[in-house]
Design a protein around this ligand. Structure first.
Ligand SMILES: Nc1nc2c(ncn2[C@@H]2O[C@H](COP(=O)(O)OP(=O)(O)OP(=O)(O)O)[C@@H](O)[C@H]2O)c(=O)[nH]1
Ligand SMILES: [Mg+2]
Length: 216
């Protein structure tokens, strides 16, 4: 059964502490890549942030790391144009992906990013979990479902992270969480708990830190 992840209870307290410590340490930009050949060596646990353009991927990485502009965040959809690698200590990579679904760029350029995104999601050996970001105002759209299907096919475990929760009222929040949970039933690669976040208000950020820190 799908549930909202809360980390309530004793072992979860420990996980939160592990997350707090990990994210309080060094986080460094490693490189931005535009081809699979340029990816850094696959030598550690890696998690990525995927989602429609403007859903809040870069903002969430900034909130997680407590650095205001580590990952570029902007109002312009399609702003993140490379696969951006950040080293979290020496044990993990955080990967900020270009958005899918919309981009203010020539069609040929967009197609190239989409191909890279697909190659990455399907072919990165050390990708331990893909966080798929879904706007709490909108729920899962068809373009999201296509990416979820790709992750199923590639057997990459993904976890839905709802974003911008500060922008909706309680009724919309509950309705769209329910919509997401129902949609996940169809996806064998879905991790059964979702995390509701706001990069603006900090909701869910500690939980997500704990999840990332305790992945093996
Ligand atoms: N209110 C609110 N705004 C947010 C939140 N997260 C992101 N935003 C805003 O949404 C816009 C897009 O955020 P980004 O983090 O750049 O989104 P992205 O998914 O990285 O976008 P691309 O790189 O274009 O795919 C920015 O104006 C952010 O300030 C949030 O939790 N709450
Ligand atoms: Mg971005």
């Amino acid at each position: 059964m799908t549930m909202v992840f809360t980390l309530a209870g004793a072992p979860e307290e420990q996980a939160r502490e592990t997350g707090r410590l990990l994210f309080a340490g060094p986080v460094d930009f490693v490189k931005g890549v535009t081809t699979m050949a340029a990816l850094p060596p696959a030598d550690r646990v890696e998690v990525c942030f995927a989602g429609r353009s403007n859903v809040g991927k870069s903002s969430l990485i900034n909130a997680l790391t407590g650095r205001k502009s580590l990952a570029r965040a902007s109002n312009t959809p399609g702003r993140t144009q490379e696969i951006n690698y950040f080293a979290l200590g020496e044990s993990r990579y955080l990967v900020d992906l270009p958005g899918y679904g919309f981009a203010e760029a020539p069609v040929a350029v967009v197609r190239k990013w989409q191909e890279l995104l697909r190659a990455y999601l399907a072919g990165r050996q050390t990708l331990r979990r893909a966080f798929v970001l879904i706007d709490t105002r909108h729920g899962i759209k068809q373009v999201d479902d296509e990416i979820l299907g790709l992750l199923d096919k590639s057997a990459v475990t993904f976890q839905v992270v709802m974003t911008k929760a500060d922008k909706v009222n309680q009724a919309t929040r509950e309705a769209n969480i329910a919509q997401v949970m129902a949609a996940l039933q169809k996806h064998p690669a879905a991790y059964p708990e979702i995390i509701v976040t706001s990069s603006e208000k900090g909701e869910g950020v500690e939980t997500l830190r704990a999840v990332i820190a305790t992945l093996e």
